[in-house]
Design a protein around this ligand. Structure first.
Ligand SMILES: *Cc1c(COP(=O)(O)O)cnc(C)c1O
Length: 392
């Protein structure tokens, strides 16, 4: 966008296209070029716009400014993946600190704590973050708790947490609230507006939107925190490459239209799944009977497009997956194409079975990432696969 245009009052669908510096200052090109360069000539000692590609790159800077605009942040940071973004955030903490994790946190995030940072004595505790009295109690009892990491909706059970209340509690104990906003995207939910300190995304999902680029974004509310992240990003170096930054910006331009269609399709399929006997239970906060329905309406612009459901025991779950034609049996989510997965053996396999069962990630649980295909075709695909997988 031309520099003198004010962005304060622009709505998020406009920001997806005109946020950040969306126009090339040097040429007027309406897209930011891919600056495939790692070093930049300095006009004299100490005078430069960019110095070295890990520290900064014009294409990455454009994406980082765009991501800051999308969530009303002081600054945005682009990383090589969602997990490298989360890892970099965790490097702010020190040995002996403890972080609260919501109980059905993304499996990869759990693994960083349980198998990597445990070696550095960064502690975690899993809590039911929907139960805010319990969370308050935890903070009161342990002054080493320095942050809470949560997702809303959670993954894969799609519980809704009260981000504003959670942030209030954490703040009263001097702790940070870090929200993984991947499932919602900035178009549907802005955690920083609700009081969170950091919003993090696996941009691999809705932001990229086409299942063709890995990336992570961090948006930070305040300046001192953003200085810490900038220091860690440069010091540890898991930055997103210029070409991938370009792909992400290209994806973000259509975020709002994709999300609107994702939402329509997901609502339709959730209602359909809720109405058939083959499905025991549907988890989707766009359904009025879901316990997170009202809360989600209050804090987000839509219910997202991930649906989880439990298939009844008369169906052979593996046959069901194999019989789907349009919907791909694959990990990941948030792309234009519908994907289906089996959390207990795929995305959440890193969580020990006893904990999985305890929190409700049972072996008959299925997670569907609803794409933007025709909704009737998706419904028919599910119906025919159910037909083929019914045991006599
Ligand atoms: C995929 C995902 C991640 C990890 O992101 P990568 O880009 O795969 O590293 C983190 N959180 C959530 C909620 C995710 O879905």
């Amino acid at each position: 966008m031309r520099k003198n245009v004010k962005k304060d009052n622009l709505r998020s669908d406009t920001l997806c296209i005109h946020g950040g510096n969306s126009e090339c200052e040097n040429t007027g090109a309406v897209n930011i070029p891919i600056y495939q360069a790692v070093t930049f000539r300095q006009s004299e000692m100490g005078k430069f716009k960019f110095e070295y590609g890990r520290t900064g790159n014009p294409t990455r800077q454009a994406l980082e400014r765009l991501s800051a605009d999308l969530e009303g942040a002081a600054a945005g940071f682009a990383f090589a993946s969602g997990l490298s973004a989360i890892t970099t955030i965790l490097l702010m903490f020190k040995s002996g600190d403890k972080i609260l994790l919501s109980q059905d946190i993304y499996g990869g995030t759990f693994r960083i704590f349980n198998d990597v940072f445990i070696n550095f004595n960064l502690k975690y505790e899993i809590v039911d973050i929907c139960n805010l009295d319990f969370v308050r109690e935890k903070f009161a009892k342990d002054k080493n708790i320095k942050a809470v990491i949560a997702e809303s909706p959670t993954n894969p059970l799609l519980n809704i947490i009260d981000i504003a209340e959670l942030a209030k509690i954490a703040k009263s104990y001097g702790a940070l609230t870090i929200i993984d906003n991947t499932f919602m995207s900035p178009y549907l939910q802005r955690p920083l507006d609700l009081g969170a300190d950091i919003s993090v995304h696996s941009a691999t999902k809705y932001l990229g939107g086409h299942s063709d680029v890995l990336g992570g974004l961090v948006m930070v509310k305040d300046k001192s925190l953003s200085e810490k992240i900038a220091f860690l990003q440069n010091s540890t170096g898991a930055v997103l490459q210029p070409f991938d930054c370009f792909l992400l910006m290209r994806g973000i331009k259509t975020l709002s239209v994709r999300m609107d269609r994702h939402l329509q399709n997901a609502q339709f399929l959730a209602e359909f799944l809720d109405s058939i006997d083959a499905v025991e239970e549907v988890f989707y906060c766009g359904l009025k009977n879901n316990k997170g329905y009202e809360l989600n309406k209050k804090q987000a612009k839509g219910a997202g497009a991930i649906i989880s459901f439990k298939i009844s025991p008369q169906y052979d779950i593996n046959k069901f997956f194999k019989s789907l034609n349009i919907i791909a049996f694959a990990e990941s989510l948030g792309g234009v194409e519908s994907l289906i997965c089996h959390p207990s053996t795929m995305t959440h396999a890193g969580i020990p079975k006893n904990i999985r069962e305890l929190i409700g990630i049972t072996d008959n649980l299925i997670r569907l990432s609803v794409g933007i295909e025709n909704k009737e075709d998706l419904k028919n695909d599910i119906l025919q696969a159910l037909e083929k997988s019914k045991e006599k």
